[in-house]
Design a protein around this ligand. Structure first.
Ligand code: ADP
Ligand code: GLC
Length: 485
């Protein structure tokens, strides 16, 4: 039996962990919140799959790893799935990388079915089995998004794990991804009781919906901003799932994300050509110059540079961006985008680039160092999201003095405030989700840019915001403590 002690013990169960594996903001949160929680006195540890390249990146980062003598096992699909446990302390957070055949493919499958969903179910059961192998038993399993939603389901409905009485939290980073697939042969092969498949649990229009199951089964649910916590209870936001979220609202809270402010810091950032700070902004001009050079634009241009760093998926509103290409070019600003994702959006952006090569540049792909150059070298950060659970990019851009232009939705509404409000603000916002709405805010930003004094004031307002985890880590700790009552 694993030992227990009186301090609060939380196991983060996550399929992304920056800087070792990251697709979007979930990786950032899993990589930074545990550090803040540890500082707040919570004994938090992290378990994550060792996807291809993860251990190599850990080694390159100079982490000292040890392989545990015991392995961890899970029964699934009439087979025993085993994994090696590779432990490392990541900034003092004990982290367990699970290495197994199950995690040797792409991180996220393009098509979901029983077989492609299997690594996620196996991962959750191995996380539940970890306690004996490491002689440390969590009080709470803290799960993130559909990829670890099998864990609360297992604690509620698995023929073995439901006897263990564990508690779980389901944090919703993005309700648009739910882990939906055909029930056969999942119902026979997962170990979940067949009676757990009904409309008030994980059944969803005849399909399995892991996220829905996780929401119903978890002891508590949180999401990543107060506004998104309200939005997801509406049909407009989450369609059929909104009813479930409304039903479960008494156990739902919205806690805004923070940033790893040491990592995202223009003062110490080693991947930008010059550093800068609130007190001395000079280095930002050198970053802008280098960015213009990389994009193939005139490096002496004083036109404002609009930047975007984003997954190119429907959520992020890039159809508005490429449909507004002509109007953006006519403002005289340069637009530099870094991102990859759905073909139709990449193609729309490529088309915009070839129509306006003097004004628009797309860097296609995922490139961490280049993203820092965009945040540091840009003047305006454009984020016209259709929906946005929290959004980290607008906060990162503000840290680097790049003024955000965002739609008033989800976490963007909780972090960016329009400068033209009587009380002032840190960016430019718009509400209507169309080209006219976006251009109304973007034009105001481009015009304001030429008023150097006013612009500097907005930049400094953003740079001085507190984006640390301090406050939100306290709210998570409170949620853990409430669960232990
Ligand atoms: P989401 O999680 O929905 O993608 P967030 O704003 O919460 O949105 O977080 C996005 C994170 O991913 C940020 O750290 C951003 O810098 C990073 N990112 C997104 N696209 C790219 C890219 N193409 N290259 C490098 N980093 C990226
Ligand atoms: C999701 C959301 C994003 C949020 C991130 C981290 O990917 O799309 O808004 O910031 O998770 O919580």
């Amino acid at each position: 039996m694993a030992s227990k002690s009186s301090s609060l013990r939380v196991l983060f169960v996550t399929t992304e962990l920056a800087p070792f594996s990251k697709v979007g903001g979930l990786g950032d949160v899993a990589g930074s919140l545990p550090k803040a929680l540890r500082q707040a006195g919570v004994d938090v540890r992290v378990v994550t799959p060792a996807w291809p390249g993860v251990l190599e990146r850990a080694e390159a980062a100079g982490l000292k790893t040890t392989t545990a003598r015991s392995k961890v096992y899970a029964a699934y699909d009439w087979r025993i799935h085993s994994a090696n446990i590779i432990k490392a302390d990541v900034d003092k957070v004990p982290t367990y990388f699970l290495k197994a055949e199950d995690y040797s493919g792409d991180m996220y499958p393009s098509q979901l079915n029983f077989w492609t969903a299997s690594p996620f179910a196996v991962f959750c059961m191995q996380a539940l089995e970890l306690k004996d192998a490491i002689d440390w038993e969590p009080d709470i399993y803290h799960c993130h998004d559909w990829t670890s939603a099998f864990l609360p389901c297992a604690l509620a409905w698995h023929r073995h794990y439901r006897q263990t009485g564990g508690k779980s939290i389901m944090t919703l980073h993005n309700v648009a991804y739910q882990g939906v697939f055909e029930p056969s042969p999942f119902l026979d092969a997962s170990g979940l009781e067949p009676w757990s498949f009904n409309s008030s649990t994980m059944e969803y229009y005849g399909q399995v919906n892991l996220l829905k199951g996780g929401i119903v089964a978890a002891t508590a649910v949180s999401t990543v901003s107060p506004t998104y916590a309200n939005e997801i209870q509406t049909y407009e936001s989450t369609r059929e799932l909104s009813g479930i979220l409304y039903q479960q609202r008494s156990k739902l809270r919205g806690i805004i994300n923070g940033l790893d402010t040491k990592f995202w810091d223009p003062v110490g950032d080693k991947s930008i050509p010059a550093n800068f700070s609130v007190k001395d902004l000079k280095g930002k001009a050198a970053c802008k110059k280098e960015l213009l050079k990389r994009a193939g634009f005139d490096t002496e241009s004083d036109a404002p540079v609009i930047v975007c760093v984003s997954r190119l998926v429907e959520q992020k509103g890039f159809d508005m961006v490429f449909n507004a290409a002509k109007q953006i070019a006519e403002t005289g600003a340069k637009l530099i985008v870094l991102g990859s994702g759905q073909d139709w959006i990449e193609n729309g952006m490529l088309q915009a680039q070839s129509s306006y090569p003097q004004s628009i540049k797309l860097f296609k792909g995922y490139d961490e160092p280049l993203s820092h150059l965009l945040y540091a070298g840009g003047d305006i950060f454009l984020m016209p999201s259709v929906f946005e659970p929290c959004g980290l990019s607008q906060m990162i851009s503000m840290r680097y003095g790049t003024v955000p232009v965002v739609r008033e939705v989800g976490g963007l509404r909780d972090t960016v405030f329009d400068v033209d409000r009587p009380e002032g603000g840190n960016g430019f916002t718009f509400l209507t989700c169309d080209v006219d709405g976006m251009m109304w805010a973007l034009r105001r930003a481009v015009e304001r840019y030429y008023d150097k004094e006013a612009w500097k004031k907005i930049m400094l307002e953003g740079m001085r915001e507190d984006f640390t985890w301090d406050k939100s880590a306290g709210l998570y700790k409170e949620m853990y403590e409430d669960l232990m009552q």
